[in-house]
Write a protein that binds this ligand. Sequence first.
Ligand SMILES: C[S@@+](CC[C@H](N)C(=O)[O-])C[C@H]1O[C@@H](n2cnc3c(N)ncnc32)[C@H](O)[C@@H]1O
Length: 360
Amino acid sequence: MTSIVLYCRPGFEKECGAEIQEKASWNEVYGYLQLTKNEGIVFFHLNNPEDGEKIVGEIPLKRLIFARQWFVTLTDKIELPDYNRVEAISDALGAEWQYADLRMETPDTNDGKSLSKFCRKLAVPLRQALRKKKILAAKNDNEGAILHALFFSGSEVILGFSLGHNSSAHVMGIPRLKFPSKAPSRSTLKLDEAFLHFIPRDEWDERLTSGMNAVDLGAAPGGWTYQLVRRGMMVTSIDNGPMAESLMETGQVKHKMIDGFKYIPMKQNVYWLVCDMIEKPQRVAKLMADWLLHGYCKEAMFNLKLPMKGRYQQVTNDLQSMKDAFAHHNVKYELYAKHLYYDREEVTVHARLLSPLPTL
Ligand SMILES: C[S@@+](CC[C@H](N)C(=O)[O-])C[C@H]1O[C@@H](n2cnc3c(N)ncnc32)[C@H](O)[C@@H]1O
């Protein structure tokens, strides 16, 4: 049987499954789901085995909100012997394809974490053996097909592949970011990951650079402002709560204690709008669309809170309301949402307009 295996945050398997099933059906691909709650892994078993390549070839991973990473299975679950696991894996692969890189993966659970040491150890002889047999290219490369080995225990693995240009560059789709000791809150990692995820590195010099003006709505104590300040931006931070002194001392931050829904910038010189206000997602989505359509900012990065139930439907509706607003004004736009690793009960959204501003 051929399946698509998707990695998501444990607890969000239902959303991840509903999403792949819906998007696959738009491409006339059908199958059924198998998931275990809180394992962070979803299997989409395909009715037609040939559809695996079609899915990872035609649906951009960045269009999926809840999937962090994915691959198409090459094997069912393989039972590995206690010795010579390397040989068992390379025998199962055959010599048909050459892969550009190998990812050793586990479920994102406590059991999975304790397996990762075993995976790191096994990776060394496995890489060597696969290179010798030319199953793995001599040098790692993110562009070709990527070989995935998903371990459920030391003796159970599923093998599969993804396409480098349409998969996450990070193992299991998880970037390991270091918490900056000077940042005033842990949520700083959310914006750090969001920039890394949504803005291509080779565009940082134009889109994420020093001297830009930024507005941070719901800024206190300043974890997101910190990310803007450290990139050399001048930030207006809006929140009734206090901002960290260390940020105020940089001279790059103006703190305004007002309602984020009422603030309007005086000049049209704001590049980034970021927003982490804990508020109804419908209200935030509307506010973000308004800022972009009025030209108050060029790009927006923000969180939408997820409800307890109907999470996929709710976030789809919120995004649709933004798409409708953009379509109403006949503007081209870019709008992507992702349940990032450092997100919990929210998704992160990036939006910008690609055509000239409408006259409102
Ligand atoms: C999750 S915290 C933000 C954390 C911040 N991004 C950080 O990294 O330190 C949410 C903040 O939104 C603020 N907030 C909620 N509603 C707001 C509103 N209508 N206007 C301004 N701030 C608001 C709260 O005061 C709170 O400080």
